[in-house]
Design a protein around this ligand. Sequence first.
Ligand code: AMP
Ligand code: SF4
Length: 480
Amino acid sequence: MAIDNDRPKEACGVVGVFAPGEDVARLTYYALYALQHRGQESAGIAVSEGEAILVVKEMGLVAQVFDETTLRSLPGQLAIGHVRYSTTGGSRWENAQPIYREGRNLSVALAHNGNLVNTHELAGDLERSANRGVITSTDSDVIAEMIARSSRESVEEAILEVLPQLRGAFTLTMMDENTVFGARDPHGLRPLVLGSLPAGYVLASETCALAIIGAEFIREVEPGELIVIDKDGYRSHRYAEASPALCIFEYVYFARPDSVLYGKSVQSVRYNMGMRLAAEAPAEGDIVVPVPDSARGAAQGFAAASGIPYGEGLVKNAYVGRTFIQPTQAIREQGIRTKLNPITSMIEGKRLVVVDDSIVRGNTTRQIVRMLREAGAAEIHMRISSPPIQWPCFYGIDTANRDELIGAWKSVDEIARHIDADSLSYLSLEGMVESTEVAEEKFCHACFSSKYPIPIPENVRVTKHMLEEPPLEAPARPAG
Ligand code: AMP
Ligand code: SF4
């Protein structure tokens, strides 16, 4: 049995649709399409007409995986869907979701966003209780397997038995032949919302997936809550006490700007972050340029607060995936050029204030600065709308091991030199949190602060070296 939980692997998008009489595969397709920014590696849909679960999944973007013919071959009354975010090494068909598992009495399809931190223990328990070999390779497989193997009468009971045993980040949409389920971990690290359709209900990672399929927002699924949707409507089970710690990186980078989290528009929060950044780290410049797409809101806020005009100086090719989906460093560096191109007429001879949302390894940022210099920029002042990332994420966002995080081993001045910017400043932790207008205790911000809301088991630490001290002498000293 190979357990592949050596690194956080996904920050995916999940969907669940219960709508008898509707083309549920098509609704799921469009919802996944709106969640494409959450993962470009693979896409999949599972449907049921009430008798059996059918799954189609493949590597690629939603529109590459599904066409008219495939969608027509997926009739049903309920469906779940998944788009998967990739990481180094984990780019395999077997990792595509939804996962389907069949036990003696129960069958389940499951779509997972997040990362468990106790996969090894759970898999060990499964193995000991199994009479035959267990085919598990990921934390998501383990969850599906535990549900399918349960001796409970129904999938609903099995899920309620399994959820309290899971540690880490999980937003799940699941289904049996007749029921759709949606659950969030007790911290609600990853988002999930519930919406209504004219003939049913929908669950989706973000609110931006609702409008496209004509759904109305009802509410967020609560941390520690299981929502069950069937022909009688929807009902809620609280399987654990809520201790909210939404990933603040959802506001910074992951979520789409037209989504709403904790009742706050992601665009407005990014705008606030940019305004705050302009106050904390002013810059002299002729134009404020965003790194598209995720930094636009912050750049607009920076421009408004500083009085420096906003201007698009970089064009993003919308049809390539995010650079991180490329598996090797060489390809990743090449990928930047295929993804972004400078608009010379906007840049030439100007002092640029370039706003981006985050720096992880520093590779992309360095490339961008070089590209802008080649395009004739007079000065480049980088402003980052979140603090330095200094700690790895164990909850499903691939922010690299600690030794790869440039913010963990270089001071801000050293990073500025490394990326060859004339100046570099980051938003403070306090500034980032206050920009959300949500209480700090309702967030995880561990990658900036090392305050992990869920303890990381020792075996993950030791075997995976994720928290090892960086190789170089300089400890992280965020300045300003
Ligand atoms: P780098 O300079 O190589 O650290 O890359 C910084 C860029 O990566 C920024 O433009 C961010 O918007 C983007 N970014 C931040 N976090 C992630 C992530 N988890 N996956 C992909 N891209 C990211
Ligand atoms: Fe989000 Fe960072 Fe917490 Fe991971 S460690 S869940 S990326 S805030």
